[in-house]
Ligand binder design. Structure first.
Ligand code: DAH
Length: 375
């Protein structure tokens, strides 16, 4: 800064001439107006209001003026700088508002868009059905038990009191993996298990009574795949062995199961039947959960689900044959037991009106999707 100079005339100082100050002011205003975004405005701000901007330099010159000239020059420069700062603040506010509006549009979330274009995987309805049934028993204190799908013929048949000439052993029902070895014929062959009942024998051999187990699993029979048959299907088996168990316990357990799965007003009925591993044996039906039996003899109210029979056949059951207990090392004088088993495919069919069993095995998501995305 120059030393005070009494003969200094502001009009003579180039940088402080009113036209020059006006020019600098207008130049700054034009630069701010021309700044298209906040970055450009920042650059213009530095150029026109920064410490080395022409107006800041002109301001410095005032200090060197004689006292009488300072006021007029100070007012001139001050007004110009005031106008520049005001224009800067105005443009700044304008550009910020523009940016905020743009961000609101660009970063807006459209909540109506599909939330996930890649659906997550879900378990097959057969699996969830099987677990739902098993859960009913787990909540009653039953344990899940499993056995191999490639099973010894002894477990699949002999331990369950199927005589050697029982028709179920014939080739047309059973996939044999390996025939009985040797010539005596009393060694066990190997089969793909035809039911989950061999897990009963395994569970009894593995544990001391009381035994309460539920056995879900895959089973195999030499059936052609069609609308109502599949060579690979699923069953759930239940076995309870304890002191003093009777058919009343079996009935109460079955009723509890259908009430848990189909509603509080459900019940079951037993019809005499024969199975080698239970005595007495029964076929178990459950009340039709759709018509509750009201379609029977009532042509005005036909029921598709039970074909107006009022009952739906579920599976087989009975009191464990003492021969099975003996074969598995359990004393039939001390213990008794009940068992039942049924197919999951059939249950899924009537519970969800599935008309063709092939839909369950083909793995087409158009079939499974309506069952939901339960995992
Ligand atoms: N295992 C039989 C089948 O596959 C079903 C069955 C019947 C299981 C009676 C049982 C039972 O536990 O007691 O046809």
């Amino acid at each position: 800064m120059s030393a005070p100079n009494k003969s200094y005339d502001p009009v003579e100082v180039e940088a402080l001439k009113p036209e020059e100050i006006e020019r600098l002011r207008d130049e700054a205003l034009a630069a701010f107006a021309a700044a298209g975004d906040l970055d450009a405005l920042q650059e213009a701000k530095v150029a026109h209001t920064g410490g080395t901007s022409p107006l800041a330099l002109a301001n410095r010159e005032i200090g060197a003026l004689p006292p009488h000239a300072k006021a007029a020059a100070g007012k001139l420069v001050g007004q110009a700088r005031g106008a520049v700062n005001k224009a800067l603040a105005g443009r700044q506010a304008e550009l910020e508002a523009e940016r905020d509006a743009r961000v609101l549009v660009e970063e807006a979330v459209d909540v109506t868009l599909p939330y996930d274009l890649v659906p997550p995987g879900a378990r097959h309805p057969l699996t969830t059905m099987m677990e739902r049934v098993a859960d009913v028993f787990v909540s009653m204190g039953y344990e899940i038990a499993e056995g191999p799908e490639v099973e010894a013929e002894w477990f699949n048949f002999d331990a369950l009191n199927f005589t050697p000439d029982h028709p179920a052993r014939q080739m047309q029902d059973t996939f044999f993996v390996q025939g009985p070895e040797g010539t005596t014929g009393d060694e066990s062959g190997v089969v793909l298990r035809t039911h989950t009942s061999p897990v009963q024998a395994r569970a009894l051999l593995d544990r001391e009574p009381p035994v309460y187990v539920v056995c879900p699993g895959r089973v195999y029979r030499t059936d052609e795949l069609d609308a109502t048959h599949t060579p690979v299907f699923h069953q759930i088996e239940l076995l309870a062995v304890d002191e003093g168990l009777t058919m009343a316990d079996l009935k109460g357990t079955l009723d509890h199961m259908v009430r848990s799965l189909f509603g509080a007003d459900m019940k079951t009925r037993l019809r005499p039947n024969y199975f080698p591993f239970t005595e007495p044996s029964a076929e178990m039906d459950m009340l039709c959960y759709v018509c509750k039996g009201e379609s029977v003899g009532n042509p005005d109210r036909p029921c598709r689900t039970c074909s107006s029979e009022g009952w739906i056949e579920l599976g087989g059951c009975g009191m464990v044959n003492p021969r099975v207990l003996t074969a598995c090392g359990v004393d039939p004088e001390k213990y008794s037991g009940f068992a039942f088993g049924f197919g999951i495919e059939r249950m899924l069919m009537f519970r969800h009106n599935v008309e063709d069993m092939r839909d369950m095995v083909e793995g087409d998501v158009r079939f499974t999707r309506p069952f939901g995305m339960e995992i």
